[in-house]
Ligand binder design. Structure first.
Ligand SMILES: NC(=O)c1ccc[n+]([C@@H]2O[C@H](COP(=O)([O-])OP(=O)(O)OC[C@H]3O[C@@H](n4cnc5c(N)ncnc54)[C@H](O)[C@@H]3O)[C@@H](O)[C@H]2O)c1
Length: 473
């Protein structure tokens, strides 16, 4: 759904005008649409630094995903890459840099886990510099390393942290072509849990996610038998599901196989019924600020599904005013809906053991909670609080085999952003590396990734769905 400027900029007149005026021409992003087994269509070039440790796990995921795999014919690590691929019964085509400058890649994957000191970072330049121009529109670039905290020397810690700066800068260089770049840190022992984040980063499900860092930790492995319907048999609760991002979340979780309980305020009951009916879901018309809301929700989930597997805290509001003019009730309302209700609902579910082992909690934060925003002290505080809550809960929940993560959307095309005055809206929409707003489904796809049984190693993460907004970290 391109916006008006994007449509014009991609017309033949618009293209020449935008180029003459130095204006961005936002590429129409390729999105997933329906559930699909195909992770990425086109050639993927796999590279690695010396002593790369993730090659067996990478080769397994890439080959199992049916990726059309290539490797550099002449690099020092060509042998280990070919061996890793052969060991899992796969094949990789040798790509000769000298002879095949016309080859185009849909993806580049680089295993930097073997880098032990800052001097070895040169391997990044050696791999990416000659081929980065050969990545096609809406391509995917993924760099993998080990978490900084686990480094064995200061030089290795510096090198692993350097990957972040590299990824964020490269994302800015290639974003105008709709290409995204992500970094995945894999803890030692968590290699078997790499498949879900790698598939997400390579697929069009991450169309509006760029320059993000995902950490994969150790956890009990859950085998996903059907990547098309990974949520089959799961019950999911989505708050604020009658419209906007919540509606898209409900639809995508249902697409992935879940039975969705759609919750919204009683005043939205009618539209909620329509959304739920379209996905064969259930409805729950409850105001989450009501004193008894948490118990009512817990009772309903106990009755509907004997418990719940996925809880998505999406309901949220803004009540913008500069702090000096902000009424205390606006402060309280925003804090209560956006943050405190999440704690109350989770507590009620956890006390009664209604969130089953393998459970997933996903909270919706905001870029405003990361970067701050004029007139949004209440909203930004609530959304930053969501991040603090997620990070604090990750460890205790891991003991119950439950994960908790957050998405932080940037500018998403919804009724909320349609109400922003034109010039501010246009600025918000363009100020990111992809020069366009995201769609509700972009947030929903990221939530579905967190919700997958295969994402057991992804816990306490915050992923921005913002096209690499130029604001904030
Ligand atoms: N749209 C964006 O660009 C954007 C950016 C960053 C974060 N977000 C966050 O994403 C989430 C969804 O945003 P949206 O744009 O779809 O908003 P929206 O206003 O379209 O939808 C929010 C939904 O939450 C429901 N809700 C509000 N208060 C409730 C309550 N007390 N009890 C139950 N339901 C309640 C509303 O009725 C509505 O259906 C929010 O948390 C928002 O803060 C949105």
């Amino acid at each position: 759904m391109p916006d008006k400027y994007q449509k014009f900029a991609n017309s033949s007149l618009g293209k020449s005008l935008c180029s003459a005026l130095g204006l961005p021409t936002p590429v129409p992003l390729e999105r997933q649409g329906k559930a699909s087994d195909t992770v990425i269509q086109g050639k993927v070039l796999l590279g690695a630094a010396d002593k790369a440790e993730l090659l067996p796990a990478l080769a397994k995921t890439l080959c199992n995903s049916g990726v059309d795999l290539c490797r550099m014919a002449t690099s020092e690590t060509a042998g280990p890459i070919a061996d890793a691929v052969t060991a899992v019964g796969g094949q990789s085509e040798a790509f000769d840099l000298q002879g095949e400058t016309g080859t185009r890649f849909k993806g580049l994957v680089f295993d930097a886990s073997g880098i032990a000191s800052t001097g070895e970072l040169r391997a990044l330049h050696a791999f990416f510099s000659p081929v980065v121009r050969q990545v096609t529109s809406c391509g995917r670039i993924v760099v993998l390393g080990r978490p900084v905290a686990a480094a064995e020397s200061p030089s290795q810690a510096a090198a692993m942290r350097a990957l972040e700066g590299f990824v964020r800068s490269l994302a800015k260089e290639v974003g105008r072509k709709g290409i995204t770049v992500q970094l995945i840190y894999v803890e030692k022992g968590a290699e078997a849990l790499l498949a879900s984040p790698l598939r997400f980063c390579l697929s069009s499900r991450s169309a509006y996610v760029s320059a993000q860092v995902i950490t994969v930790g150790s956890a009990q492995e859950n085998e996903v038998l059907d990547w098309q319907k990974p949520l089959s048999g799961k019950v999911a609760l989505v708050t604020g599901a009658s419209r906007g991002i919540g509606e898209a979340i409900a639809e995508i979780l249902a697409r992935d196989g879940a039975t969705v309980v759609c919750l919204d305020i009683p005043a939205a009951a009618q539209t909620l019924e329509v959304v739920a009916a379209s996905i064969k879901g259930k409805t729950l018309a409850v105001d989450i600020t009501d004193d008894k809301a948490a118990d009512t929700i817990a009772d309903a989930l106990a009755e509907i599904g004997g418990g719940v597997d996925i809880v998505v805290h999406n309901a949220g509001i803004t009540r913008d005013k500069t702090l000096a003019r902000m009424k205390p009730e606006w402060w309280d309302m925003v804090m209560d809906i956006n943050l405190c209700s999440e704690e109350r609902i989770n507590d009620a579910l956890l006390v009664r053991d209604l969130l089953r082992p393998g459970g997933r909690i996903v909270c919706v934060s905001s870029m405003s909670g990361i970067a701050g925003n004029f007139g949004q002290t209440n909203y930004a505080a609530s959304k930053a609080g969501v991040i603090g809550y997620v990070q604090a809960m990750a460890r205790p929940l891991a003991e119950k085999q439950i994960t908790i993560n957050a998405v932080a959307p940037g500018f998403i095309e919804t009724q909320m952003t349609a109400a922003i005055p034109l010039l501010t809206r246009e600025a918000g929409r363009r100020m990111n590396s992809l020069s366009q707003g995201g769609l509700p489904e972009d947030v929903a796809e990221t939530i579905a990734f967190f919700a997958s049984p295969a994402s057991a190693g992804v816990n306490g993460n915050v992923i921005r769905v913002c096209g690499q907004s130029l604001l904030g970290a």
